[in-house]
Design a protein around this ligand. Structure first.
Ligand code: DWN
Length: 443
């Protein structure tokens, strides 16, 4: 994409207007580019987090992004299996898909963006032949060491062609998929059309492709601005995903809304109109026209979002200034989202002493930009902090009990949220700032 021409929409090819700005989080370093101590004095490349929205298909997207080779390196630090919630999600999907699509010992399942093999494991456990494709060699090795067949490669039409024929194919024979799984991968793909053309090419006759993507409806409704970072090129609604799929000859025939990762869409597609199945498609189209889906068809919904991240930043700085000043504050969950939040809020180790995380490869490293150190979870017990900022809010149900066990007296908060205090019952009585002020007066 030459810098002198308007960027083209990744989903439909329409020229993007530089004025159709979704929000502006400033320029930040790559969210997963963790630093070692000897890198703290080196320069960090920053990328503008100023997504645009396409007037035609309403796909929210970053127009200029780093090459994926600079992101998904051998030392890419994200291991999806770090979350028991995610592992349960994968098992439930596998059980559901095996039953729904009649998969068995002669079927073939392809997981694109297979990371550490978390989604491959339940299919293998049920005797279903499966194969992963993952470009980050470090995480892929974890799958391979467990005997989960994985190609360390990028996905697109060229890889699909190699897999469909024998050369370069770990199975050694022509290979087509009855089920292609793409969870949390489409957002990372610079060339959506080539990626999706490759998915269509690898589908066996009657095969199904499943795409699970963070849902822009949740991002807007819950002001999940920390989902916006340079490795996430696109932020999908069902409409914008539908347009991208159909451009590659893939036709959605069912959709589910999942709570995982802060709210995701799961869309099933085939390489032909599935009108023969009748009911599911009209029902799905009808669903799309309802509720906030219809709001997502309105460009104004996207333009209105721009004021929300600055409001969250003001709330966070107010919370830190009024309720937590003089207190010992640490973080939990050194996620990509954590990097975005801490950099956007302008917080460093002078405010957030460290961030605890269960991922061993992250220990002893520093978050990009903020340079806040990452420590093992036992640092929580040693530090006995007054406040724990839950940065991995999308895993609250799994993480909060661990934090409470390590430091039972700490307040657990989501900075910038209108209901920041998670120490109370997460799901039934979120606490407002007024409650916090009242509790302050009681102390
Ligand atoms: O799209 C992506 C999503 C799916 O995962 C990738 N671009 C990168 C990654 O984003 P993230 O880093 O924001 O993902 P998580 O899963 O929100 O990261 C959670 C972090 O918290 C991990 O570093 C693991 C850690 N963790 C923890 O310390 N204790 C997680 C759980 C569940 C815990 O109990």
């Amino acid at each position: 994409m030459s810098p002198i021409t308007d960027p083209e929409c990744r989903g439909c090819g329409t020229s993007l207007a530089a004025t159709d700005v979704f929000c502006d989080l400033g320029a930040q370093p790559l969210a997963n580019a963790l630093l070692s101590a000897d890198q703290l004095n080196q320069p960090e490349i920053h990328y503008p987090l100023r997504p645009l929205v396409c007037r035609n298909c309403l796909l929210v997207q970053l127009p200029d992004v780093p090459k994926p080779e600079g992101i998904f390196t051998d030392s890419y630090p994200f291991f999806s299996g770090q979350s028991a919630t995610w592992l349960g999600h994968c098992k439930r999907f596998a059980d559901q898909a095996i039953k729904r699509f009649g998969l068995g010992p002669t079927s073939r399942v392809l997981d694109i963006g297979s990371n550490d093999g978390s989604m491959l494991r339940p299919f293998r456990g049920k005797g279903i032949p499966c194969l992963g494709v993952e470009p980050s060699a470090g995480v892929a090795q974890h799958a391979l060491m467990e005997g989960l067949p994985t190609m360390i490669d990028w996905w697109g039409t060229e890889t699909a062609d190699r897999l469909a024929h024998t050369e370069g194919n770990p199975t050694g024979r022509s290979w087509k998929a009855d089920l292609v799984i793409c969870t949390n991968v489409l957002a990372h793909v610079p060339d959506l059309k080539d990626f999706l053309d490759g998915v269509r090419a690898i589908l066996a006759p009657g095969g199904v492709a499943m795409f699970e993507v963070p849902y822009v409806g949740n991002l807007i409704r819950e002001v999940q601005f920390d989902q916006i970072y340079a490795e996430h090129h696109c932020y999908f609604s069902l409409k914008s995903l539908d347009v991208a799929l159909e451009r590659s000859g893939l036709y959605a025939f069912d959709v589910e809304h999942e709570s995982i990762h802060g709210g995701s869409l799961r869309v099933y597609a085939r390489d032909h109109h599935n009108w023969s199945a009748g009911a599911s498609v009209p029902w799905m189209r009808e669903l799309l026209e309802e509720g906030d889906t219809r709001r997502l068809h309105d460009l104004a919904t996207y333009a209105d979002f721009a004021v929300e991240p600055p409001k969250a930043k003001r709330r966070a700085l107010n919370q830190l200034g009024r309720y937590y000043s003089g207190k010992r504050v640490v973080g939990y969950g050194a996620s990509a989202k954590a990097a975005v939040t801490l950099n956007y809020f302008g917080l460093g180790p002078e405010t957030i002493e460290f961030v605890a995380d269960t991922t061993p490869v992250k220990w002893g490293k520093y978050l990009p930009g903020s340079h806040i150190p990452i420590k093992p979870p036992n640092a929580l017990e040693q530090a006995k902090p007054d406040v724990v900022v839950l940065l991995a809010w999308n895993w609250a149900a799994e993480a909060v009990p661990k934090i409470q066990a390590a430091c039972p007296d700490a307040e657990i908060v989501v900075l910038g949220s209108e209901c920041p205090n998670l120490a109370q019952d997460i799901f039934r009585s979120p606490i407002t700032i007024a409650d916090l002020a009242a509790s302050d007066r009681r102390q």
